[in-house]
Every structure is written in C-alpha cells, then in structure tokens.
Design a protein around this ligand. Structure first.
Ligand SMILES: Nc1ncnc2c1ncn2[C@@H]1O[C@H](COP(=O)(O)OP(=O)(O)OP(=O)(O)O)[C@@H](O)[C@H]1O
Ligand SMILES: [Mg+2]
Length: 181
C-alpha cells in the first residue's frame, strides 16, 4: 500500500550569501524534504552541501551578516501548514527551531560534562525535571544511537573520554533525545 508522505520542509528559491561575500554560495535551491524519509545530499567538495544544511536550522546566524533570500518552509508542529523560518527574528524562535531541526556535525562535539548530562541537557531545557523521566529518555536515546550497552555502567564519566566513534553516537543520542515519540 502506498502512503502519501507530506513535506516536513520545503526549500524554495533559496539564495544564501556569507558575510562580506558578493557571490551567493547557494543559488536558487528548491528541495522538498519528506517526512519519515532520509534525504541525502551528494555533490563535489565546495558545492554547498554543508551551507544548505546549516541554513535549515539558521545556525549560520550565530555569525552576523549572513543574507538569505527565498523560503525555507517548516511544517507546524500540529501539521496545520507551513511557516517560513527565514521570517523568524526572535532569539526564542531560533532556539525552538534548533530544538526541532537537530544537527550532528562531522566532527563530534560532546559538551564538557558527563555522558548522562550530555543527553539530558536538552531535555532539561525543554523543562523535564522528573528524575525517572530523564533517566528513561536518556536510556532510550542512547539505545536509539546504539551506544547504551557500551556506556550503561559509566554514565557519569566525562564524555570527552569516549572514543571518536562513541562521541559521534553520543551526539546522535543528544539530538534524537529531543524528538517526540
Ligand atoms: N564561512 C564562510 N565564509 C565564506 N565562504 C564560505 C564559508 N564557508 C563556506 N564557504 C564557501 O561556500 C561554498 C560551499 O561550501 P560548503 O562548505 O557548503 O561545501 P560542501 O559541499 O559542504 O563541501 P565538502 O564536501 O568539502 O564538505 C564554498 O565555496 C566555500 O568556500
Ligand atoms: Mg561539507
């Protein structure tokens, strides 16, 4: 049976220019991103893959002077339609955007804290305080990232002591911990 998948995001006519650059790094990009599907970007070095990914949660905006034109439409949480995230200006809107559109970098970036606290960090920001709920969500995220068995006896160890591959999976766990199930 075929199912109709909606677009979770729709990039439309997107141009992106880095600060102090004349030429846009992204020119007239159109890209639908379907829900519950994996979308892969393939292209030569320097063609703009990372630039596009970083536009999708406005992480570029941590540096002033970036210019966007066009639309990046994100489905509302209740599924009732789309909002153009390029119109969002307020700091709390951008924080909420980054809670929905997670990003895992090529180079692992664990926070300087314990394995447990790395995964619990975003959940605490979301307002989860109950210890048993935090424990459950941390365990589930670590299981989803295929790291649980390796760290379940050392959750209080500094995350920076993990191997590179383990740090990468920890960053995945930290990101998926925030997704609604
Ligand atoms: N901070 C920046 N300021 C100015 N130009 C930049 C900046 N970062 C990237 N660029 C330029 O934007 C273009 C796209 O770079 P980007 O990093 O998105 O490529 P990529 O497709 O991810 O490449 P790779 O496969 O090597 O990771 C390149 O020409 C690059 O030089
Ligand atoms: Mg890249």
């Amino acid at each position: 049976m075929s199912e109709t998948l909606r677009d979770m995001m729709q990039v439309k006519g997107l141009f992106f220019t880095y600060p102090n650059m004349d030429e846009p790094a992204l020119k007239n990009i159109d890209l639908p991103i379907r829900e519950r599907r994996i979308t892969a970007l393939i292209g030569p070095s320097g063609c703009g893959k990372s630039t596009l990914l970083r536009a999708l949660n406005r992480i570029h905006d941590l540096y002033p002077g970036c210019r966007y034109e066009g639309e990046i439409n994100l489905m509302r949480l209740d599924g009732s339609g789309y909002e153009n995230i390029l119109a969002w200006k307020k700091e709390n809107e951008l924080i909420q955007l980054r809670q929905r559109v997670g990003m895992i970098f090529q180079k692992p970036t664990p926070f300087p804290m314990s394995i447990y606290d790395n995964v619990a960090y975003g959940l605490k920001i979301q307002g989860i305080k109950k210890q048993s709920e935090l424990d459950d969500r941390v365990e589930q995220a670590l299981r989803d990232a295929a790291l649980w068995d390796e760290v379940k006896d050392s959750l209080n160890r500094d995350a920076r002591g993990l191997s590179g591959g383990q740090q990468q999976r920890l960053c995945i766990a930290r990101s998926v911990a925030l997704s609604q199930r």
